[in-house]
Design a protein around this ligand. Structure first.
Ligand SMILES: Cc1cc2nc3c(=O)[nH]c(=O)nc-3n(C[C@H](O)[C@H](O)[C@H](O)COP(=O)(O)OP(=O)(O)OC[C@H]3O[C@@H](n4cnc5c(N)ncnc54)[C@H](O)[C@@H]3O)c2cc1C
Length: 427
């Protein structure tokens, strides 16, 4: 029997497996996912992810500063981190709040406030950006940047395996409960689609956007167990844009750019070594379905890979939205850029964007880690430590309250990411 069975090899699962393997070297740790890490439909699998500590919530700022320290110094993560800086043009006050938070906690990342004119002078690459209605001044942090997502995940998963974690490739069909399933108050393991049973003392779900469905499939009639909106599968739309080699010098030194205005809500991540840029349109949406066995209405990521991975099969409306982000960052018909592919990327969103890092109050042996608001990747180097502390009942009272399964859901790390539409609205 394993000490820990972790389902899901995204940032939560991999970071936890690695931390447990190094902090409890004698523990038997099993990590299960549908393919070798990272699974292409996972939120943690992508071309890149933004790494920043600019949070309007000091709690997450402090955590992100710890993570960035690792992105800068840990040889596991540092080769994948690109410290390009990040520029904010927005009307929601996130930049100014972050600037003030750094002063409050006595950290000095060298962040600056610019007027729109100063920002255009400082970053000529954004000469044609649509900064209409920037409500406050612009905000720039030179310590932020982006990471190559898949290579970072592979590095962390490789380190976990080297430290003794057993990796099992398989789809978990359902949770196993005590007394041959008769006692759903105690979780004892999981059963895969191949019929294998993997048993453990602590079963940790790091299943991201698929969490509500897995629990509903496992115990459809048990109302106490259901996720009930605590984690909702939601997607944002991304596009990859290829830059012609002769134009690469135009974009190569651009910082990450965040546009948070009513006319544009998205992000731009500068080119990688292959000259590929990425853009996100961040107004998220659900994919609501009727879950027959439990009678619930659940948001569940679509089963077709073309709706969860890079493809051309993204609804035209969404393609247009994300193309608008490109236009509003670099101007219409920016030289050298060609649209390559698109993706609907599914993550688990929590109502107030705090993570759930908690035992399940209605099921002994069952634990969960995930959620947030499209912001968890940057914490890859440190997340596992907090999940491990939860598993061993060592979270601080504040962490425990914030990340509890049941909580008031007040405040928000990033309010704008609550889904506003459903995929059906676009097809
Ligand atoms: C478009 C978009 C942009 C984002 N940008 C950023 C960013 O710039 N910076 C940042 O910090 N964060 C960002 N995020 C957020 C971040 O990527 C996610 O919050 C994080 O990756 C979620 O990790 P996870 O481990 O919870 O889930 P996932 O990475 O989705 O992992 C869940 C894993 O569980 C597995 N799984 C699920 N069910 C089963 C089952 N039944 N059997 C076996 N395996 C199963 C899946 O295969 C998957 O590998 C973004 C998210 C999105 C969607």
């Amino acid at each position: 029997m394993a000490d820990y069975v972790i389902i899901g090899a995204g940032v939560f699962g991999v970071s936890t497996a690695l931390y447990l393997a190094t902090s409890e070297p004698n523990a038997k740790i099993v990590l299960i996912d549908r393919s070798s890490s990272p699974y292409p439909s996972a939120a943690s699998s992508d071309l890149n992810r933004i790494i920043r500590a600019d949070y309007s919530d000091i709690f997450y700022m402090r955590l992100a500063l710890k993570a960035i320290e690792k992105w800068n110094t840990d040889p596991l993560y540092n080769p994948h981190f690109h410290k390009t800086g990040m520029l904010f043009a927005e009307e929601i006050g996130m930049g100014r709040a972050s600037f003030n938070n750094y002063i409050e906690i006595g950290a000095d990342p060298g962040a600056q406030i610019f007027t729109v004119d100063q920002a255009r002078q400082e970053f000529p690459v954004f000469a044609k950006s649509n900064w209409k209605d920037v409500a406050d001044d612009m905000y720039y942090n030179p310590c932020s940047g982006w990471a190559d997502a898949d290579p970072s995940m592979r590095a962390a998963a490789g380190a976990a395996l080297a430290a003794g974690v057993e990796y099992i490739q398989g789809t978990v069909e359902r949770l196993l409960f005590k007394d041959d399933g008769n006692n759903q108050d105690v979780c004892v393991g999981v059963k895969t689609a191949d019929g294998d049973e993997i048993r453990g003392k602590k079963i940790l779900l790091c299943t991201g956007a698929w969490t509500a469905k897995l629990i509903a499939d496992s115990a459809p009639q048990n109302t106490k167990l259901q996720v009930n909106g605590r984690m909702v599968a939601a997607a944002a739309t991304c596009c990859m844009v290829r830059c012609a080699p002769e134009q690469l010098s135009l974009y190569r030194d651009a910082p990450v750019h965040f546009l948070g205005m009513h006319h544009t809500h998205g992000e731009s991540i500068p080119p990688n070594a292959e000259g590929i840029l990425k853009f996100n349109y961040e107004v998220s949406f659900t994919n609501v379905e009727h879950h027959e066995a439990s009678g619930q209405t659940l948001s569940i990521p679509p089963v077709h890979a073309s709706q969860t991975t890079w493809s051309q099969r993204v609804p035209e409306q969404l393609k247009q939205k994300v193309r608008t982000v490109v236009d509003h960052v670099y101007g219409k018909n920016a030289p050298g850029l060609t649209f390559d592919s698109y993706r609907m990327c599914w993550d688990a969103v929590t109502p107030n964007q705090d993570w759930i890092i908690s035992s399940h109050p209605a099921c002994e042996g069952l634990y969960l880690a995930g959620g947030g608001s499209f912001h968890s990747f940057k914490f890859l180097p440190i997340l596992g430590q907090y999940v491990a502390r939860m598993l061993n009942n060592q979270l601080t009272p504040e962490e425990k309250d914030r990340w509890a399964w049941d909580r008031p859901n007040v405040g928000a790390a990033c309010e704008m990411y609550i889904p506003q539409n459903d995929l059906k609205d676009f097809v």
